[in-house]
Every structure is written in structure tokens, then in C-alpha cells.
Design a protein. Structure first.
Length: 381
């Protein structure tokens, strides 16, 4: 990776920065037999397969799913079993945190019964669904659980906050990345009180105080509100990430190096379906809640500015986001693909360690080309 800045800036206050890359995929909302709304549920499997193929092509070290993997576990956990099957195509280890949709539905979802078996070996070291682990040497990853069933509002109980303090102490000296489904530092307009406060976690300030007291935490990731936004507080970069099944239908790849963090944003390559998602969001309650006269302006919130999508985040104190240097394109076509005429058939429920599903033939990926002309990217919607 050529940023041209890596050797000019100091490492973290605590020590060296591992040279590692990882993908962050939020809001897949995988489902079968459910109609589209603001979320393109009927296309959710196609979108997820599209994203995972691109991630494999980019060759990351691991993948982190940021919550709302499924639109409810489904009857007999059909949706979650399908997610497990689809994720098997990944060439890298993967981890996940909880979102409210993962545990919501008419029947209460037991988090540990449904997801505990798949959290084992992925950082789970307590009877609760928050966790931590070192996915690579020198990098500590913390997955918080902010999800509440059938509620947009997140929650971090005092027990989890105490656990967070102790975990940071035990892993002192490691470059630390923290992920929570709900934003701990809400992006605008979600930081402005009613009616937006229903989408945040009320203990966010308490969590940020704990994180800010650590010299090791340098990156905090979130989703839920589906907006591209990069903010900074006490030399910690807080990155709000877009949703996969909701416009702008994107995911992110983070590349860590000695001087900072390169943030890349990728979009689903089916242009017609992305436009469909855009239309759904433009006519949604959220858009009219933001501006009853000009609901289309809400689209700019989720799209973010150019530096919210493609950015280099220096680790030096007081640094601001920078436009990243260009890198050489790989020799492959950047032609947009049309969605297949036949929707991929839902896979039958299978065991967690079943064989990998056959990938649909018509899911070639290309990256979205933003104004910064980042590699393999196509024009923003």
C-alpha cells in the first residue's frame, strides 16, 4: 500500500502498528421470502455474496461483520444458518457483533443459544455476547454488544463497561480497534437529540470516556445509522459505516500501517439495484424526518463527503483526515454488471460446518469509482 505518509508520522503512543487489513461489513440483513422496504431484503443474499467476493479479491487478513447480519434469525434459525453458509466462501477468518435485527422478532431470541456456538473461537470468553481477541499479532479487537431486541436504541450495561475497562488493562500495549453496532459518537444528525436520539446508545459518553483513557485505542467502528462519517475525539478515530442492504449499499476495508489507517469504501456493483435502494431511502420516514421539504438531502448524510468515504487517517496527535494517494489498479474489468434475471435460490438449512455453497455465476464485483478516483471504483450514486 502506497500512502506516501507511513514513515513520516509516529506510531501509536503505546507501540508499533501492525501491518494488517480487514473488511467491515454492516447491515447485510440477510433474509429469505421477505419483501423489500428501505432494506432490499429480496436481494440481500445477492448483495452479501457480491461483497464477499470483492473482499476475497482484495485479500484481507480478516473480516468483521458489524451487526444486523440477518433480518431476525428466521424460523428454526434459517436466516442465520444461511448466513453461515454464505460466509464460508471467505478466504479469511471472520468475526461478528450483535445488531438489534439479529435478535428481534415476535419470539424472543436467546443470544447465547442462537449465536453462542458461532462466537466460540471468535473471541467469546464470557457468558455474554461481547468479546475480545487478537486476530493478528499486535492487534487487539474488541466487539461490544449494544443490541436490544425490537428497539432502535442501543444499550451498554454497567457490567459490560467494567469488563471493557479490565480488558483494556489486560491488553495494554496493543494497537486496539473497538466495534459496536450503535455509534458511540453519533454522526450528525443523530447527535442532535429528538427524534434522532432513539437510534443511539445512551451510555455512549461513558464508553468513550473509558476508551479515551486508553493510549492503545485508535479506531472505533460502528454502523446502525448507515452513514459514512469520520470523526475524531481524543486522538481516537470514530468511523461510522454504511449499510450493505440499505442505500448506499457499501462496505469498508481498513488498511493499517506504521503511520495511519487507510479507509476504502466499496459499493455493490449492481447499479440498477443500488438505484432502487436509493429511491427507497429517499421516500422513507427517515428522509422526511430529516427534511419534510427536501427529503433527498438525507441521501447526502448517508453518502458522506469524499473524505468520509476514501481517507487516510494519520495517527499523529491532532492530525486530520487526508486524501489518500493513488495505488495501481489491478488488471481487471471495471464494467458494471446487471443483476441476474433469476434470483439465487435460498439455501436449505445446514449444519454450521457444512460444505461451501455454490456461488451464483453472475456475481462479478468491481469497486465504486468515487471522485478521488480510488482503485477499481465507479461513480457514486
Amino acid at each position: 500500500m502506497a500512502t506516501g505518509l507511513g514513515s513520516a508520522l509516529p506510531a501509536t503512543a503505546s507501540g508499533s502498528v501492525p501491518d494488517v487489513s480487514f473488511a467491515y461489513v454492516e447491515g447485510a440483513h440477510l433474509a429469505t421470502g421477505m419483501p423489500d422496504n428501505i432494506r432490499l431484503l429480496a436481494e440481500s443474499q445477492l448483495f452479501l455474496q457480491n461483497a464477499l467476493k470483492t473482499i476475497n479479491q482484495e485479500g484481507v487478513d480478516f473480516v468483521l461483520f458489524g451487526g444486523d447480519q440477518v433480518e431476525g434469525p428466521g424460523r428454526d434459525e434459517t436466516h442465520w444458518q444461511l448466513f453461515i453458509d454464505v460466509a464460508q466462501v471467505l478466504n479469511a477468518p471472520w468475526y461478528f457483533i450483535m445488531g438489534e435485527q439479529d435478535i428481534s422478532g415476535p419470539i424472543p431470541v436467546d443470544k447465547m443459544r442462537t449465536y453462542g456456538p458461532d462466537l466460540k473461537g471468535r473471541g467469546l470468553n464470557s457468558p455474554d455476547t461481547y468479546w475480545s481477541l487478537d486476530p493478528v499479532s499486535g492487534l487487539h479487537l474488541i466487539g461490544l454488544d449494544t443490541a436490544r431486541a425490537n428497539s432502535n436504541t442501543g444499550e451498554i450495561k454497567s457490567q459490560q463497561l467494567e469488563w471493557l475497562k479490565e480488558d483494556l488493562k489486560k491488553n495494554s500495549g496493543k494497537f486496539t480497534v473497538v466495534a459496536s453496532h450503535h455509534p458511540l459518537l453519533p454522526p450528525p444528525p443523530y447527535d442532535s437529540g429528538p427524534p434522532w436520539e432513539e437510534y443511539i446508545v445512551s451510555q455512549g459518553a461513558q464508553a468513550r470516556e473509558i476508551l479515551g483513557s486508553s493510549r492503545d485505542v485508535r479506531l472505533v467502528l460502528s454502523g446502525h445509522v448507515g452513514a459514512n462519517k469520520i470523526q475524531k475525539e481524543r486522538d481516537i478515530w470514530y468511523v461510522s459505516c454504511p449499510s450493505l442492504a440499505v442505500y448506499p449499499c457499501q462496505f469498508r476495508i481498513f488498511r493499517l500501517s506504521a503511520g495511519g489507517i487507510l479507509v476504502e469504501t466499496y459499493q455493490i456493483t449492481y447499479e440498477a439495484l443500488v438505484k432502487k435502494a436509493k429511491k427507497e431511502l429517499a421516500s422513507s420516514r427517515l428522509a422526511f424526518q430529516y427534511s419534510s421539504r427536501k427529503p433527498l438531502t438525507y441521501l447526502k448524510i448517508v453518502e458522506g463527503e469524499e473524505l468520509d468515504r476514501q481517507s487516510y487517517l494519520p495517527l499523529a496527535p491532532g492530525a486530520v483526515p487526508l486524501k489518500p494517494a493513488k495505488k495501481a489498479k489491478k488488471s481487471k474489468s471495471n464494467k458494471k454488471e446487471k443483476p441476474p434475471k433469476a434470483k439465487p435460490e435460498p439455501q436449505e438449512k445446514s449444519k454450521r460446518n457444512s460444505t461451501k455453497p455454490t456461488e451464483p455465476a453472475a456475481t462479478p464485483e468491481n469497486q465504486v469509482d468515487l471522485k478521488s478516483k480510488m482503485p477499481k471504483q465507479s461513480k457514486d450514486n
